[in-house]
Design a protein around this ligand. Structure first.
Ligand SMILES: [Fe+2]
Ligand SMILES: [Fe+2]
Length: 361
């Protein structure tokens, strides 16, 4: 599960903000749909993710430290990942029948969600030195506000005149489906549905400093989203690389591969920081303490239980209506819908998240 440390992993554990945001030089830039994007190509022609010159080795060094200190590096089990809807076979079927709207819609939603990733730079980071019993120097935790959140935000939504994942997914969509017409209600529907679902903003750990609790809850949420996105990327790569349904199988597939590569450091720094905190002790507002493990596992358990139980149904509900409407362009919409439904993935969420509270385990 853990990422292997580079061959000459430096023992250095402290990095400046500028270092964590540095990309180094590229031989050639990445241009997506006419937009200069982040990242670029080395002399060997291989894609190199942005802002990883020091961020990559830094994360490896913090992970090596965790291992040295005998602390576990948490990971989200792949088995918890719900299937994409429509799945690969269904999406391919739709495109073969000229039904492009649902796929355009899905790809557009992905690009918008990527852009939303920029909110991570607005997360308030409390004084961890005061709220954590053990020292946090030389950890990923100590670098969240000092470059890690900012690098993540820039990767997702772009920075200044440089595009990020939002623009890269748009480019992949426009390459593969030849600049399709984008349904005008994509964003509206997304907003409407998240408002309608109105998740309760209750506090599972009211004994903690509220800023700390909020930050940890968001990190746990984003970690799960990032890990589950891997399923979406695999879907996107396969679909957009298929010459039968994609107008630019190589370029569009590669664009998603580049985004996928860029996500690695997001998953890695988040699981590292949460693991560091899990191995420590938190101060409560009433002067007591709470094991970090209880908090991190508790948050992950709640999020994973909620998302594995509800996401497949929600994803289906989100597009089902527009899907059926879009199928009317096919020669035989009824037969197509039947064939489509027969291809649906059967999936039951695993019984356990692996982060069950110790008391009830
Ligand atoms: Fe991303
Ligand atoms: Fe990400």
């Amino acid at each position: 599960m853990s990422t292997a440390a580079p061959l000459s992993a430096p023992d250095r554990l402290v990095f400046s903000r500028d270092e964590l945001l540095a990309s180094g030089a590229y031989e050639a830039p990445l241009v997506a749909g006419g937009v200069r994007c982040h990242g670029g190509f080395g002399a060997d022609g291989r894609y190199r993710s942005p802002r990883t010159l020091h961020r990559g080795p830094a994360i490896a060094a913090w992970q090596a430290r965790l291992a040295r200190e005998g602390d576990a590096l948490i990971g989200i089990p792949r088995a918890l990942m719900p299937p994409q809807y429509p799945n690969l076979a269904q999406a391919t079927l739709l495109l073969r029948h000229g039904v492009r709207d649902p796929i355009v819609r899905t790809l557009t939603i992905i690009s918008i969600v990527e852009g939303f990733g920029a909110i991570i730079r607005d997360v308030r980071v409390p004084d961890l030195g005061a709220l954590v019993v053990e020292p946090v120097d030389g950890t990923a935790l100590a670098h969240l506000a000092a470059g890690l959140f900012e690098a993540h935000a820039r990767d997702e939504s772009g920075f200044k005149d440089e595009g990020g994942h939002k623009q890269m997914w748009e480019a992949a969509r426009d390459l593969a489906l030849e600049k399709p017409r984008i349904p005008g209600d994509v964003l509206m529907r997304m907003m409407g549905r998240s408002a309608g679902r109105g998740r309760r903003a209750e506090r599972p750990f009211p004994m903690l400093d509220e800023t700390l609790e909020r930050m940890l809850a968001l990190m746990a949420q984003v970690l799960v989203v990032e890990v589950f996105a891997e399923g979406t990327f695999a879907w996107g790569i396969e679909l957009l690389s298929n010459p039968e349904v994609s107008a630019a199988p190589e370029a569009a597939g590669n664009m998603v591969r580049f985004v996928q590569a860029d996500e690695k450091p997001h998953v890695e720094y988040l699981r590292t920081a949460l693991s560091e905190l899990r191995a420590r002790t938190l101060r409560t507002v009433d002067g007591g303490t709470l094991p970090g493990r209880e908090v991190v596992d508790g948050l992950l358990h709640r999020i994973l239980r909620e998302i594995t139980r509800n996401r497949p149904r929600e994803q289906r509900e989100d597009i089902r209506e527009s899907l059926i409407a879009a199928m009317q362009v096919a020669a035989d919409p009824k037969a197509l819908l039947e064939e489509f439904d027969a291809l649906e993935s059967r999936w039951t969420p695993p019984e356990r998240t692996g982060f069950e509270p110790a008391v009830s385990a």
